[in-house]
Every structure is written in structure tokens, then in C-alpha cells.
Design a protein around this ligand. Sequence first.
Ligand code: AMP
Length: 289
Amino acid sequence: MRIVTSAAAMQRLALRWRREGKRVGFVPTMGYLHDGHLSLMSRTRRLVGKPGIVVASIYVNPTQFAPTEDLSAYPRDLERDKALCRKAGVDVLFFPSDAEMYPGRETGGYSTYVIEEKLSQSMEGGSRPTHFRGVTTVVAKLFNLVLPEVAVFGAKDWQQAAILRRMVRDLNFPLKLMVAPTLREKDGLAMSSRNKYLTVEQRPQATILWRALQLARQVVVSSHTPIYTDLLGKEIAALIATQPAARLDYVEFFDGETLQPATAVTRGAHMALAVFIGKKRLIDNAVLK
Ligand code: AMP
């Protein structure tokens, strides 16, 4: 596995692959890898085949964190991540520094951002107003450096995937964006780098996100009449409140494709929620029907 830290070297390599007609698949991450990330990498390998190239990136992107958020505390373990990428069959690991990705940003010398204006307003965008501007900007930059024909993202970040798909369409990126299923722990908790920070008391309570999704599914499946989302939302809030460490940030019901809010659950309806467990904020989502 080759490790590339320079943006220019990454792009030179990508241009060479393109001249050679190689298929390139890409998995962007912030590192501290878990099986969810690794499943995206093996899926990418299946998509591009063996002579194809699988590129993974590890970059904790500062522009998607608000000043009050956990940028400096975000977990990192490069040596372990390298070993996991090697095992997952990654060909090139792109691991740039902030100076490579945003030259001059600290001194005002970086000033171009990509903004999606519609799908970014609700849910994660409501709670974290500058978050998606950072995500679309860094992913657009990474696409320009890696030049993949396919990029694979996780359903765990459903809104992110929808926004990036819109960006790819709106800005004519010549690639296909694929979404892979959420990998979960045995008790249903969605795998996440941030789970590491849950204390022994908090960890069992964190399953409340998954239990909330299950409850919503049950209600929907067992009803013969349409389920109104304001009532369902109240039931979910009551369930979350049973956990002493949990505080509901939002629960939303929406169309999985357009992210349009839904007043009643119909086919394709999705539920997403964000819950603070102690100081850590966790998110999850699933289709309900
Ligand atoms: P992150 O490192 O958290 O930015 O995530 C990198 C990619 O992995 C994103 O496309 C995420 O949606 C995806 N991902 C994160 N957690 C999971 C999971 N539990 N299962 C599948 N994909 C995931």
C-alpha cells in the first residue's frame, strides 16, 4: 500500500491512472477506522476489480467542525488505520495535512468553498449550520485530487450522502456515488469513531437510537392507517427520555430521496435522529417503510 501525503502527488498519480485507463474507486474517511469503513473499502474493491485501484483517504477536515465542536478531540490512530487499510486491500492511502488541503487558510489565503443550498438546511445542517459547507468543499477537493470513477459513502450519514449526490449532479462531477449499508454492533448501535468516547455507563444507553428506529418501524408496520409523524415523534422523544444520559437533539421524518419532510409515513419514508449521550452527539437513521 502506498501512502501519499501531498495533494499534487495525489493528483499526478490519479492523472497517470487515467491515462493508463485504470478504474479508480474512492472511500473518503476521517480515520479511526472501524468495520463500517472497511466494508466501504471492500465494496469499492468489488466495484473496480483487481486491476482497478482502491484509494482511501484519512483527513479530519477542520472546515466541517464548528469552533465549539470536537475537532482537536477527534480520535486518531494512524498506525492502526494503516494496518487496517492494508488488510482491507487499499492500494493508496491519501493522508494530507491541513497545509496541503487548505494552503494559507489560517492567514486568509484560502477562500473558495462549495455550498449546497437546499438539502443542507435541515437535520444535521440545522444543528450544525457550517457543517455541510465543510463537507461539500472537502469532498469536491478530494474528488479533484483522486479523480475516481466511483466513490462509496455510508448510509449512516444519509443526509450527507444525499447532499453529495446532489453536488455531483449539480456540478457535473464525472463519477458515480454509491451508498453502502450501515454496519452495527451486535446490540444495534451504529459503528462510529465517536463511540470510543462513551463511558461504561453511557455505552448501553447509546442503543436508544437503534431502539427508537425499531420502535418507529414497529408502529408503522403494525398500523393499518397512516402514521402521523408529529405523534410518532412524540413517542420517540418519550422513549429517548427514559435514558438518563440521553438528550434528543432532533428526530425527523422525510422522503429518503428528496429529504422533503413527511407529515405521514408512506413508502420510502425515512427517520433520522441525533441524540446527545452525555457530551457526545450520535446520529442514526433508517428507512421505516
Ligand atoms: P467518517 O470517517 O465518520 O467521516 O466516515 C467515513 C465514511 O464511512 C462515510 O461515508 C460514512 O458514512 C461511512 N460510515 C461511517 N460509519 C459507518 C457505519 N457504521 N457503517 C457504514 N458506513 C459508515
